[in-house]
Design a binder for this molecule. Structure first.
Ligand code: COA
Length: 263
């Protein structure tokens, strides 16, 4: 699939090197069906192969919700097997986003609850509009989070606050999320996409090779049985044989701006 693929549940738009993926079920507060998640994964995977894509924004349609969770009406009657598969596949989607070598920003334009919060958390950064709300309300439904929420919330805000939010199911507002380190910035809703693009545009002037390597090294900090320090040593050494490294150092030494080939 290419970045021009037409999807049923998401919209994609490529503009000036930035692919915007918009969850497009506004009347259902962009609740995530299994089909929606598969489409997000396909769009992110195809972006990896598209040299025109420098960064990705994930956002929700409308002004009320990023995503109000996994679609409850879809999974309400699942068997244990179906639920296990749903969770495993959801994890795979979130991992695909987290492991994207192109930076992914969640532009959170309203409710990010349950699977919506998990989707925002697997992105590399989160920019929230002032009306955004974050929470993991699954305990109200008789389930724990199933798309990585118990793990990534701890990674982002620490065990003490994470377990409080996970056990109470309470939602927090954007300012509280900012204070806890769950989001990077809070901006008025009308500036949300522009601010997200601004950050990605800045990153797009850097070496794509180095950007991809930084993402890998950072992700390895949280991988059990993987030594992030060793990963960093390896990635650092390997970067010396890339054209980006030659361009970056040559540009510095010749007092000019680098123009990275991305290889
Ligand atoms: N799954 C399926 N449908 C959902 C949904 C979800 N997670 N979240 C919202 N919707 C649907 C509602 O059923 C409603 O559909 P309808 O108009 O056909 O009845 C529509 O989206 C609008 O939601 P509504 O509840 O009327 O909006 P609200 O402003 O009163 O409340 C929320 C907003 C987010 C507080 C509320 O929708 C909610 O609690 N959603 C579920 C959150 C959740 O538990 N997520 C975790 C799922 S694992």
């Amino acid at each position: 699939m290419s970045t021009n693929t037409v999807y049923a549940n998401i919209l994609t738009e490529l503009q000036e090197g930035i692919l915007t993926i918009t969850l497009n079920r506004e009347t259902k507060l962009n609740a995530l069906t299994l089909g929606t998640l598969q489409e997000i994964r396909a769009a992110v995977q195809s972006a990896q192969r598209d040299p025109l894509v420098k960064g990705i924004i994930l956002t929700g349609s409308g002004q009320k919700a990023f995503a109000a969770g996994a679609d409850i009406s879809e999974f309400a009657h699942f068997t244990e097997d179906q639920a296990t598969r749903m969770s495993a596949d959801g994890h795979d989607v979130m991992n695909t986003i987290e492991n994207s070598e192109k930076p992914v920003i969640a532009a959170v334009n309203g409710f990010a609850l349950g699977g919506g919060c998990e989707l925002a958390m697997c992105c590399h950064m989160r920019i929230a509009s002032e009306n955004a709300k974050f929470g993991q309300p699954e305990v109200n439904l008789g389930v724990p989070p199933g798309y990585g929420g118990t793990q990534r919330l701890i990674q982002l805000i620490g065990k003490g606050k994470a377990i409080e939010l996970l056990l109470t199911g309470d939602a927090i507002d954007a300012q509280t999320a900012l204070n806890l380190g769950l989001v990077n910035h809070v901006v008025p809703q009308e500036e949300l996409i522009a601010r997200s693009k601004e950050i990605l545009q800045k990153i797009s002037t850097k070496s794509p090779v180095a950007v991809g390597k930084v993402i890998k090294c950072v992700n390895d900090f949280f991988r059990p049985n993987v030594n992030g320090m060793q990963r960093e040593i390896y990635e650092f050494g390997e970067s010396f044989i890339t054209e980006d490294f030659k361009e970056g150092t040559d540009a510095f030494l010749n007092k000019r701006k680098p123009n990275f080939p991305g290889k």
